[in-house]
Design a protein around this ligand. Structure first.
Ligand code: ADP
Length: 541
């Protein structure tokens, strides 16, 4: 028997309709060089319609890609809706990619138009000659377009001016592409992941519900995670769906600007990678500032105990989630089950969470692929499937990342406890293999970052004649302890925390840990450096 329910398409058009109809006076705020830009969902809706007209006049057809090279701001949000709701595909571009990777992803996706923030135009100018398929560049500025090497180049505001503020939105199939994003290429060429309207809608519902990240209309939401990477973890879509106030920091990510924005715009929820929260925490410590009532969602890299304690100490309810570009990106969240006690809170929040409603997860032996028990100890590769987990890469590359029975091989090695909470041990490629045993670089890093004099730490495996690989730690001292913290101090601190053979052979102090284009520790760069100076000592036996 069939149901009586229609296949009403799950599209982003519904979010646009809902926010502009039910919450027309709620605000969207963007920090600027001087002051803030603020307008309402009603204004936003009118401009999204004008932008859709402009896209049509620029000749962007159904399914064609619209590239964006922009920070978190209201114009970027307009593109997040105008492109997919008019039947085109939003392609967010990461300005921090190497020029050759940026040119590669624009050409691979076959972007027809590229919208860029004025401050990011130089990144495009550098590769202009390689971009054969781009028919139009648009600079997202208040004034007219500047002169430059990019042609044809028009200005965003000039493009919208005078256009009708309603648009006859086309009927879309929920399975149509809405947006695409490339992995940041830490392990080779970037690979495209294409999100559908349906996956974007379901991901928004999945993260917003209680038991997921838990978001509501009354929240004031500040995504620090960039809109150019993995859809800012889906927050702009979820926030618009709810009609929540949205706050954008644009390119002003220093702790002073962020604290000001959080306090003055009543921000109740923010999200980002640990490397943005570390300097914020230092600032809160130094100035004795508390941010009571703020919920902070940390992901992309592990949340260390030190960062958790620090943020919590300033009144911030700190949570963690796990996911990847391939999973839209949020797939798990460290929600605390009702039968667990408050004492378990910290231990749970330091894990990467349990799968969201909609996501199925299994653990597979890295070598044999056999099922691994959820006992909180045995490790295996995380494999996931669900309506917002990609089933392939764009153009079918790297097909072996998907199992024959339809699961994504994430490349993350973890254990899962009997309650279903994941603890990431490492990415397969980052595990340190010493004497046939694995050492978790993530666990070592978290332990070192717990040292009161350490700001950041990253651990890599360096080749070793006897042990195959040995861990070497790179650490950055807090400014006030620069030059006054020693390797022995760190090793003494680690001794009671980790097995003897896990102790790094060396702790090298550096000024800054190199970061990837999305703010994670760039271990590729550290490995290259380490190869020039291999580990000296053997592990104590
Ligand atoms: P890239 O793959 O280019 O680094 P992604 O944002 O897709 O970009 O990264 C996804 C990866 O980030 C995951 O596979 C996992 O290794 C790591 N990751 C995500 N969240 C966490 C977390 N909470 N703790 C530890 N690692 C995480």
């Amino acid at each position: 028997m069939r149901s009586t329910m229609p296949d009403f398409p799950l599209t982003l058009q519904h979010f646009l309709w809902r926010s502009t109809t039910l919450f027309p006076s709620k605000e969207i705020v963007t920090k600027r060089e001087a002051g803030r830009h603020r307008y309402t969902y009603a204004d936003f809706g009118r401009r999204v319609a004008q932008l859709a007209h402009a896209l049509k006049d620029l000749g962007v057809g159904e399914g064609e890609r619209v590239g964006t090279l922009a920070w978190n701001n209201h114009r970027h949000l307009e593109l997040y809706f105008a492109a997919p709701c008019s039947g085109a595909v939003l392609h967010t571009l990461n300005p921090r990619l190497f020029p050759e990777h940026l040119a590669y992803v624009i050409n691979d996706a076959d972007d027809k138009v590229i919208f860029a923030d004025a401050s990011l135009l130089p990144a495009l100018q550098r590769i202009a000659k390689q971009l054969k398929g781009v028919k139009q560049f648009v600079v997202m500025t208040d004034g007219p377009s500047p002169n430059g090497e990019l042609t044809p180049l028009s200005s965003y505001e000039e493009l919208l001016a005078g256009r009708p503020s309603v648009y006859p939105w086309p009927e879309l199939d929920e399975r149509d592409a809405a947006a695409m994003c490339y992995t940041s290429g830490t392990t080779g060429k970037p690979k495209g992941v294409v999100y559908s309207h349906r996956s974007s809608v379901l991901h928004s519902l999945g993260i917003a519900i209680g038991g997921g990240i838990g978001l509501q209309e009354a929240d004031s939401i500040l995504p620090i995670v960039p809109m150019f990477h993995a859809n800012a973890w889906g927050l702009p879509y979820a926030a618009t769906m709810l009609g929540a106030k949205q706050v954008f920091a644009d390119r002003f990510l220093d702790p002073v600007s962020l604290t000001e924005l959080i306090r003055e715009e009543g921000v109740t929820f923010s999200a980002g990678v640990p490397s943005v929260w570390i300097p914020l925490l230092q600032y809160l410590d130094k100035t004795g500032t508390n941010l009571d009532g703020l919920r902070m969602f940390v992901g992309g890299s592990a949340l260390s105990a030190g960062l958790y304690d620090g943020l919590t100490g300033h009144g911030i309810d700190t949570n963690q989630g796990w996911g990847m570009t391939e999973t839209s990106p949020v797939a798990a969240c460290a929600t605390i089950k009702s039968q667990l006690t408050d004492q378990d809170r910290k231990a749970i929040r330091l894990k990467q969470g349990m799968p969201l409603a909609g996501i199925e997860l299994r653990l597979a032996n890295v070598e044999t692929g056999e099922s691994v028990a959820w006992d909180g100890k045995s490790v295996g590769e995380i494999q996931v499937r669900g309506p917002w987990v990609t089933g392939s890469y764009f153009r079918g590359v790297d097909a072996d990342r998907f199992t024959a029975d339809g699961w994504l091989r994430t490349g993350d090695v973890a254990n899962v406890d009997p309650e279903g909470y994941i603890a990431i041990v490492d990415r397969t490629k980052d595990l340190v293999k010493s004497g046939g045993e694995w050492i978790s670089s993530v666990e070592l890093e978290s332990a070192i970052m717990g040292h009161p004099k350490v700001l950041e730490a990253a651990v890599i495996g360096v080749p070793h004649p006897k042990w195959q690989e040995r861990p070497v730690a790179y650490a950055v001292a807090k400014p006030e302890f620069k030059g006054s913290v020693s390797q022995d101090e760190i090793l003494d601190f680690l001794r009671p925390l980790v097995a003897k053979w896990w102790l790094p052979d060396e702790v090298r102090f550096i000024d800054e840990i190199p970061k990837t284009s999305v703010g994670k520790f760039d271990k590729k760069v550290l490995r290259e450096r380490a190869l020039k100076a291999p580990a000296a000592a053997a592990p104590s036996e």
